[in-house]
Design a protein around this ligand. Structure first.
Ligand SMILES: Cc1cc2nc3c(=O)[nH]c(=O)nc-3n(C[C@H](O)[C@H](O)[C@H](O)COP(=O)(O)OP(=O)(O)OC[C@H]3O[C@@H](n4cnc5c(N)ncnc54)[C@H](O)[C@@H]3O)c2cc1C
Length: 298
């Protein structure tokens, strides 16, 4: 019986494992190793790790965990979990079953891109979801903001911070009123509401965008509004409450509405999605789990 099984080995799960391990707890980390940022070549904004390759970040994290023999991990997809009288059982897709007193869900989110042919080949190379993560690398270039809904009222303005040469594309959606367009046009931001028919470029580098009405524009990168969905449905299956954003609702120590089940990282939708914030949540939930275990044992 493990003290805690962690599902998901992104920064949230890995940092929780470190804190639990350093508290002498018997920990099992089960990770399929398909993190959100796998498509990128470099991660930014994490102090001491700025610009690191996602795979190198993970290697450094596992080098830290290796110091603690009470932490085990394996690369596997978890298929199901069930609540038992004295804890939880977790079944992997390799048909192994593990038991633990506590469960930490750190399974992250998945990005669903707008339905534009070929967009995947630029996502993570020259089209990104977040300017705080990749805005510096694209600064002052001719950029595009692809957004099909009212989130553009916020993101179009924000991304203007990194480049004044900006075109907003709504990919055929005509929801912006003349009043809403005014401040963008006044700041020199073009708005194209035609459907995008092609994104063109080489080796992930966006160069050209074609539209249904025949026009084309030259852009050197940009940002795209994605739909974020839970990567796993374990929270629902276990009966956890969700917040308005669709994240698993937790208290500041990562406790969910179900006793013994904790959540951390992107899966909680607790504000911006960034590596350092996921790691920080992992650290807090690790402490929360130790506190609860001690309360039960003392
Ligand atoms: C293109 C892109 C670029 C980004 N760039 C940056 C950046 O530069 N800086 C930054 O701070 N943030 C960046 N981010 C955001 C960052 O990737 C996330 O905020 C961060 O990865 C969240 O960490 P997490 O631990 O919550 O989840 P993740 O890192 O997504 O890890 C979740 C893990 O859980 C695993 N998992 C899910 N379901 C199961 C299952 N059933 N069984 C076993 N394992 C499972 C997944 O395979 C994955 O390994 C970027 C995101 C994207 C999409």
């Amino acid at each position: 019986m493990f003290d805690c099984i962690i599902i998901g080995g992104g920064p949230a799960g890995l940092n929780a494992a470190l804190v639990l391990g350093r508290a002498k707890r018997k920990v099992l980390l089960l990770d399929e190793n398909k993190p959100r940022n796998a498509v990128t070549h470099a991660s930014h904004g994490f102090l001491t790790r700025d610009g690191i390759e996602p795979s190198a970040f993970k290697e450094a994290a596992y080098a830290d965990l290796r110091k603690y023999p009470n932490i085990e991990w394996t690369q596997v997809r978890v298929g199901a979990m069930t609540k038992e009288q004295s804890g939880f059982s977790v079944q992997t897709e390799k048909k192994e079953t593990y038991h633990a007193r506590k469960i930490l869900l750190a399974t992250g989110l998945k990005d669903h891109l707008p339905d534009i042919a070929g967009i995947e080949s630029f996502y993570g190379s020259s089209l990104f979801p977040c300017p705080f993560c990749d805005g510096w690398e694209l600064r002052d270039r001719p950029l595009v903001v692809i957004c099909e809904d009212e989130r553009v009222l916020h993101s179009g303005k924000l991304i203007w911070n990194w480049s004044k040469d900006l075109v907003i594309c709504t990919n055929g959606q005509r929801f912006l009123t003349d009043e809403q367009k005014k401040p963008f046009l006044a700041n020199g931001i073009e708005i194209i509401e035609e459907e995008i028919t092609a994104l063109e470029g080489e080796d992930g580098q966006l160069q050209n965008i074609r539209f249904a009405d025949g026009q084309e524009i030259n852009r050197k990168g940009g940002f795209v509004a994605v739909d974020l969905q839970q990567a796993a449905a374990f929270g629902k299956a276990l009966g956890c409450t969700y917040n308005e954003q669709g994240g698993i609702k937790t208290d500041p120590f990562g406790r969910t509405s179900v006793a013994g089940v904790y959540a951390s990282g992107d899966t909680t939708f607790n504000g911006p999605q960034q590596l350092i914030l996921a790691a920080a949540e992992g650290s807090k939930v690790g402490a929360g789990i130790v506190i609860d275990l001690v309360e039960e044992e003392f």
